[in-house]
Design a binder for this molecule. Structure first.
Ligand SMILES: [Zn+2]
Length: 101
């Protein structure tokens, strides 16, 4: 393993995703962590909303920014998809490929 002091973290990377079913709700989260596979240095998340970056959960403490707790759900789940997100993706699609309501 490369020393973190000599590693530029540009080689291989490893990610771990833990999907959690929040008890008694119809909600899920995906806790995402990323490391440099060459030296083991954890990556931190940047430019995420503060409510998505975990600082602590369960019995363990996670250094700030090291884990993102992303809200997720199965694709077949009923309920609204973030309308502003859909609007954004549709607006980025080339004319003629946009879905019609
Ligand atoms: Zn590295």
């Amino acid at each position: 393993m490369t020393s973190p002091l000599k590693c530029e973290h540009k080689g291989r990377h490893v990610a771990n995703v833990a999907v959690n079913n929040i008890e008694d709700t119809a909600r899920f989260t995906a806790d995402v962590k990323i490391w440099c596979a060459d030296c083991g240095m954890p990556f931190r998340f940047t430019d995420l909303r503060t409510d998505i970056i975990s600082t602590r959960h369960s019995n363990k403490s996670v250094p700030f920014g090291e884990e993102a707790r992303l809200p997720v759900e199965p694709m077949d789940m009923d309920g609204p998809v973030m309308p502003e997100l859909l609007e954004h993706f549709v607006s980025e699609m080339p004319p003629g490929t946009r879905p019609t309501p």
